[in-house]
Design a protein around this ligand. Structure first.
Ligand code: CMP
Length: 866
């Protein structure tokens, strides 16, 4: 589009902040009723302004512009203290950051834009009124000429072309009408404002002399005054209303001339698409005549498809520009043509758009070009218009082009690029094109997974205890933490103190137990017992050895052992659930997963090492309280992490702080910079993935990539192992696997043998109950009221946990990693929880009794010694 007529039009309307109220030749942009020459008193505060359109313009289309100078001045202080924003020239206009969108500054065309305003005072007898106006003009920086004779005044005017002429008409010393007519007959006088000063009494009777004054060419009559301030006020009004309007008039003339000469097709409508103006190119190319279009709508005359209009309206009515192809009909031939359209809303008054400007490219879009990629063109040829698809295609193309031009390579840009390629090859299959369009629209959403959780999932939870649990786990409520002092356990230390014996030599029973460290039935509670609550130290070293982590990190055993010691010391032994036994359990599960063939084929040694490290430290320094509790207690950690992923951020940060804080525990010290960076990234990413509020996001991403070929996870499970899908194993997908792995390890307890599963359930329930107790005693909001030790049904909570969190995740995970034992334990345990519930074994006491009887072999290892 060559020159930018829409911008030109905007200049006129926005710059003037005025409404264009009259199009003489053929109607036009209407907003306010036309006003006539009028009279104001110098003491009036509200000013009505006369029309200054004198004589038909060349194009005959415009205009007079009523304008309230106070509109933008209210609340801005005394006018003469600053340059007014109602400037006559662009240079005068100050930069105003508070300017609204409809008040955008544009220059006004003015014959002599930069000069000081020139005032001619015509007073036969200079008197106090003359004096007052003279002083006022001086204050405003006008260049003043005073004349006391008629011919003298004319001569002065002819030599200086004053912007403003004030004629004392109170006494008929000479023919005021004649003077005014003579000035008006001077070439260029249309740029001058001529004002008659009349007596106060002139308005008290029906004075026909006023009418005759206006008739002879005076713009306005104002009242005599000897008060300088009143005169200042009057002159300001004259400057900003009358004189500015002249400049606006000139600007409009210029702009409309430009519009009539430009090649683009320009249409101005009101907000109901009634024609207000069409330019010459529009008349010529579309076979329309301005006269015929007046009062008619765009739909009646030009655009027949309301869908197109509606699409455009949704943007315009919200004050936004719109662009897209539009199918127009040539009046003369009834031929349809598709033209690229840009439309802009603007407002003459108020905030809502009052008018729309539509600018069409003069070169119609070649329908064949559209048909090459979209089936929709066939409908255009037939005369009907599948505009929605054309339009969306056009927008897609432009947005894609923009996207491609950006120096970005996000997965979504790649995907959208691929989708576009697919669309290009779909030929005329409109159904598939529509599907692809839908897919693209959905993918463009930034909340791809979150909304699924919000909308659908939680609503299905009807059991109160489950609802409490799921809401607490999944809700993105802030996650503060407890105070630093209470975070330390009695034996912990953030600085490593080397043990005198160096590497710990495990007793035989413990070593024997560790021989089974890679089995899914591994008895972690026995390890807790045998290791005297240092399971992480022993199991960790054993697993590090097994996976040769020392070699991968180029790190000696002592440092690895020291690291485990420090990490374990920074778990809170007093926590029922989130202690180092849980860390060891997660590490053990991770090791079990890493042993599987599928994982071995994916994981590099550094992946294995960092996965074990992440598992061991994933809940480091956990305060034993849920995120919601911590949020409500305004803990410094919540402040530090701005309530976002507080605990997980802290676990990860704490791990690096401890590790890097002492060379003797720094297991990364021998890595080169790049490897360290990668290791650090891996560990942080995995720890952060354990945040439950992102549970479904991680699960869905994993399922999308690794289970996508099958219609659902259950199908994959039932059909056994899925050799049939092999997603690309790039770094991004490996990351998804590692996230899923640590997530599954983190909540694997319901998939362990019943004895272990029940003990974990008891421990987590105990931790939740303690939280509820704490909340009550501290007067904090009770986050999970159903987790009350008196009334909570532990089996119900476990059934819900499996139903809503565990089942889908482990089905998907099994489908990937091939561990049927996960599902069989999960299902057996589930049945047992149902039985316990039916039998009324619901409270912790009941569960403990069951542990002592039914689950007795583990009794000695699973009871919690202090
Ligand atoms: N058996 C369980 N019953 C209920 N909630 C559990 C169970 N196991 C784990 N969780 C919750 O799942 C969460 C996973 O992340 P966290 O380890 O931070 O905290 C864990 C517990 O809040």
């Amino acid at each position: 589009m060559g020159c930018s007529p829409s911008a030109l039009l905007e200049q006129i309307h926005k710059g003037s902040s005025a409404s264009l109220d009259k199009v003489e030749k053929c109607g036009g942009i209407k907003k306010s009723p036309p006003v006539t020459n009028s009279v104001t008193t110098a003491t009036d505060t509200v000013v009505s302004v006369n029309s200054i359109s004198r004589g038909p313009s060349k194009h005959g289309k415009l205009l007079s512009m009523p304008f309230n100078p106070f509109r933008r001045e209210l609340g801005r202080g005394v006018l003469h203290h600053r340059k007014s924003s109602l400037a006559l020239t662009p240079e005068e206009e100050p930069f105003d950051i508070n300017r609204g969108p409809n008040e955008t500054k544009y220059g006004l065309i003015s014959p002599t834009p930069k000069h000081n305003l020139k005032l001619l005072l015509v007073f036969v007898h200079p008197d106090p009124v003359c004096d007052a106006f003279s002083k006022a003009a001086d204050k405003l920086g006008f260049e003043i000429t005073i004349s006391s004779t008629n011919p003298g005044a004319l001569e002065e005017y002819n030599s200086k072309f004053h912007d403003l002429v004030l004629v004392d008409t109170r006494v008929k010393h000479f023919d005021n009408d004649l003077l005014c007519r003579s000035i008006r007959n001077t070439k260029g006088s249309q740029h001058s404002v001529i004002i008659s000063i009349v007596r106060k009494s002139a308005f008290e009777r029906d004075d026909i002399s006023i009418a005759s004054l206006l008739e002879s060419g005076f713009n306005r009559c104002i009242l005599e005054s000897t008060n300088v301030l009143v005169c200042v006020n009057e002159l300001i009004l004259l400057k900003h209303c009358d004189m500015r309007t002249i400049a606006q008039h000139a600007t409009c003339q210029a702009m409309y001339t430009a519009l009539d000469k430009c090649r683009d097709l320009v249409i101005v409508t009101d907000d109901s698409y009634k024609f207000q103006y069409i330019n010459a190119a529009c008349e010529k190319q579309l076979g329309l005549r301005q006269e015929d279009t007046l009062g008619k709508t765009l739909q009646e005359q030009l655009v027949y498809d309301t869908v197109q209009i509606n699409t455009m309206s949704s943007s315009l009515l919200r004050g936004r520009e719109w662009s897209g192809p539009m199918t127009l009909k040539r009046k003369s031939t009834q031929e349809a043509l598709v033209s690229s359209c840009r439309s802009v809303p603007f407002s003459c008054a108020g905030r809502l758009p009052t008018h729309f400007i539509l600018v069409f490219d003069p070169n119609p879009i070649d329908p064949n070009l559209l048909s090459q990629s979209r089936g929709s063109i066939h409908s255009i040829r037939r005369g009907s218009t599948d505009v929605r698809s054309i339009s969306s295609d056009y927008l897609r193309r432009t947005s894609l082009a923009k996207l491609n031009a950006l120096p970005l390579e996000a997965p979504i840009t790649k995907v959208i690029g691929l989708i576009d390629q697919i669309r290009e090859n779909l030929g005329t299959n409109t159904q598939l094109i529509q599907l692809i369009d839908k897919v693209e629209d959905i993918l463009k959403s930034s909340e791809l997974y979150v909304s699924y959780v919000k909308e659908d999932y939680k609503m299905r939870v009807d059991e109160p205890v489950v609802s409490d649990l799921i809401t607490a786990l999944l809700s993105k409520t802030p996650q503060p933490s407890i105070t630093a002092s209470s975070r330390r356990s009695s034996n912990d230390s953030s600085v490593f103190r080397p043990s005198r014996t160096g590497l710990i030599k495990a007793p035989v029973a413990l070593r024997e137990l560790l021989d089974s460290a890679l089995t899914w039935e591994f008895d972690i509670f026995k390890l807790e017992d045998l290791s005297r609550k240092r399971p992480l130290q022993h199991l960790g070293m054993s697993l590090f050895n097994h996976f040769d982590v020392g070699t991968t990190l180029n790190c000696d055993d002592r440092t690895l052992s020291n690291w485990l010691t420090v990490i374990e010391a920074n778990y809170h032994a007093e926590n029922w659930y989130h202690n180092s036994t849980h860390a060891a359990d997660v590490m053990q599960a991770t090791a079990g997963f890493l042993e599987k063939e599928r994982m071995k084929s994916i994981m590099e040694p550094l992946d294995e090492a960092t996965s074990l490290i992440a598992a061991a430290s994933h809940d480091l320094d956990h305060p034993g309280k849920s995120s919601a509790f911590l949020s409500n207690s305004n803990n410094p950690l919540a402040i530090l992490y701005n309530d976002v992923t507080v605990l997980e951020q802290h676990h990860a940060a704490m791990m690096f702080k401890l590790t890097l804080g002492d060379e003797r525990v720094n297991i990364f010290k021998n890595l080169d910079r790049d490897t360290y960076k990668l290791a650090r990234h891996n560990v942080i990413d995995m720890i952060l993935a354990t945040e439950m509020t992102k549970h479904f996001e991680h699960l869905a991403k994993f399922v999308n990539v690794f289970c996508a070929r099958n219609s659902g996870t259950s199908e994959m499970i039932d059909s056994g192992h899925s050799e049939d899908y092999s997603p690309i194993l790039n770094q991004e997908n490996t990351t998804l696997v590692k996230r899923m792995m640590i997530k599954c390890a983190d909540v694997s307890n319901p998939t362990r043998p019943l004895r272990l599963c029940v003990e974990w359930a008891r421990r987590i329930a105990e931790e939740y109950f303690q939280q509820t107790d704490d909340e009550k005693s501290r007067g904090l909001p009770v986050v999970m009221p159903m987790f009350d030790r008196q009334s909570c049904s532990v089996p119900k909570s476990q059934i819900g946990f499996v139903d809503y969190i565990i089942n889908d995740m482990f089905e998907a995970w099994h489908a990937f990693i091939d561990m049927p034992e996960l599902l069989s334990y999960m299902r057996q345990n589930y049945i047992r929880w149902k039985e316990f519930d039916e039998q009324g074994h619901t409270t912790l006491i009941h569960i403990q009794k069951l542990q002592a009887t039914l689950l007795s072999p583990a009794v000695s290892c699973i009871s919690k010694s202090d």
